[in-house]
Design a protein around this ligand. Structure first.
Ligand code: M6R
Length: 454
């Protein structure tokens, strides 16, 4: 099995022995004190000096002094690393909850992540470790992740296939690891993970490596297991994310996939120079557009206050809008404890529509112009069965008000990047309902921030 152990002996007071296999563990030292934790944010308040203990290694922890050993008991040298994240980043900074603070950090961290690879009018993936030759060779992309990171993968699938014309398959880590997947030897397995420690995602990465396929991690936590074991790493710059429900890490993962899609398209000759520059310019505008949506958060708060007694909510959309629905629905259920489902709008009539009855909230997401009318007609089908409709679309699509009872508009962007904007009102909706119900927003029941067990 996997373990991260801290053991004390009666005979050796003042000492703790630790050992790890597969489960995460980090050690910190500062001013004659030592710290043991499963990840960096937990000890940021006390120190930024961190040791990463490797798999199948042990350590003796004394006050301010840590000695490492291999399984034979031989002493091994470890480098003490300094973490860039500061302690304030792991504080609430005046917000009532970490989640709200992290929602508001999105314009900054999305901008930081974009700027880490976008140089003026071109994208430079050299820090990620992907050369033009590597990119040209990719025959197939397999995105593997869990939870919200999986939803990023679903949105990325549309963007990468549309721009770079590389076939993309998206899979849950927990499925991929046990189904003995057939992987093309020129494929690229992309593992997306905020923590870099999610057990199923890590196991999927190892499975891919064992099969000899190249791997790329999109990871937020520097030095985490996935970051260390992947062949290449694209670091998202979300900073420490404390709330269990992810917001800013999700948003930075999304823009990381956009950068990959745009660059892959360019290198493989699938888009013109003009389109390349246009896409980069559009991605650069996302932070300010996110900030604009946040300015109008009180409207969502008002709407949320009316939804506290909801029992079932349906999120419906097509294409990329379906990917957005999946994340909106997860935000709703994990922190508001309201049952919700994300449905590909065209699938409703194949069974789920029998659940629609008077006053059920149906949230229609309509950011994709060519699918707009189709989703409107699915929303009407729900309305005629008594549903109460919220419509989420772009400014200019004002005829949605003929159909929806409550509407939220997001700024215009390239439809490929709409997820980055449409997700913000849905994060706020989940947040405000949770607050209105008096729930523990940052630490919802039964959930952990890093899912290090399967
Ligand atoms: O650390 P990871 O990105 O690998 O975590 C994956 C999921 O556990 C995570 O996204 C989870 O679904 C969140 N609670 C969603 O808000």
């Amino acid at each position: 099995g996997s373990y991260a152990l801290a053991v004390m002996f009666n005979e050796y007071p003042e000492e703790i022995y630790v050992a790890r296999k597969d489960s995460p563990m980090i050690l910190g030292v500062e001013d004659g004190k030592s710290y043991i934790a499963s990840d960096v944010p937990a000890i940021l308040k006390y120190t930024r000096n961190v040791y990463y203990i490797g798999n199948m290694e042990m350590a003796r922890v004394r006050k301010g002094e840590i000695t490492f050993y291999n399984l034979d008991g031989d002493e091994i040298e470890k480098e003490l690393k300094t973490i860039d994240w500061n302690a304030e980043a792991a504080e609430k900074a005046g917000y009532e909850h970490f989640m709200m603070k992290e929602i508001h950090e999105q314009p900054k961290v999305v901008g930081d992540t974009i700027n880490s690879v976008v140089k003026e009018d071109f994208i430079d993936l050299s820090n990620v470790g992907l050369s033009e030759e590597d990119i040209k060779e990719i025959s197939q992309i397999y995105i593997v992740a869990c939870g919200s990171a999986y939803h990023v993968g679903i949105a990325a699938q549309y963007v990468i296939e549309d721009l770079a014309k590389i076939p993309v398959r998206v899979e849950l880590g927990s499925e991929f690891r046990y189904r003995n997947p057939l992987l093309d030897k020129n494929g690229l397995v992309v593992v997306i993970s905020q923590s870099g420690e999610t057990a199923d995602s890590l196991a999927a990465l190892r499975e891919a490596k064992e099969k000899g396929v190249r791997t790329l991690g999109i990871v937020n936590v520097v030095g985490s297991s996935i970051a260390r074991e992947a062949d290449s790493v694209f670091y998202t710059l979300a900073g420490p994310e404390i709330a269990v429900a992810t917001t800013k890490a999700y948003s930075t993962q999304l823009v990381a996939t956009y950068a990959l899609a745009i660059q892959f398209a360019k290198v493989r000759g699938e888009i013109s120079e003009e389109r390349y520059v246009e896409l980069i310019e559009e991605v650069k505008t996302l932070p300010e557009k996110i900030a604009k949506i946040l300015e109008d958060k009180e409207r969502i708060q008002w709407f949320a206050s009316k939804q506290v007694n909801a029992h079932d909510v349906f999120f419906v959309g097509r294409g990329i809008d379906y990917a957005i629905c999946m994340e909106g629905s997860l935000k709703m259920k994990e922190i508001s404890y309201i049952h919700s489902e994300a449905y590909a709008a065209g699938e409703l009539k194949h069974g789920t529509i029998s659940l629609i009855e008077d006053d059920i909230l149906v949230v229609g997401v309509l950011t994709q112009p060519e699918l707009y009318e189709k989703t409107i007609s699915n929303m009407l089908e729900c309305k005629s069965r008594g549903a109460y409709l919220m419509g989420l679309t772009t400014f200019g699509k004002y005829n949605i008000e003929d159909t929806a009872d409550f509407t939220v508009y997001i700024p215009k962007t390239d439809p490929l990047f709409a997820t980055s904007l449409a997700v913000i009102p849905l994060q706020l909706l989940g947040y405000y309902i949770s607050v209105a119900k008096g729930l523990d927003v940052d630490k919802p029941r039964n959930l952990a921030k890093s899912v290090t067990v399967e």
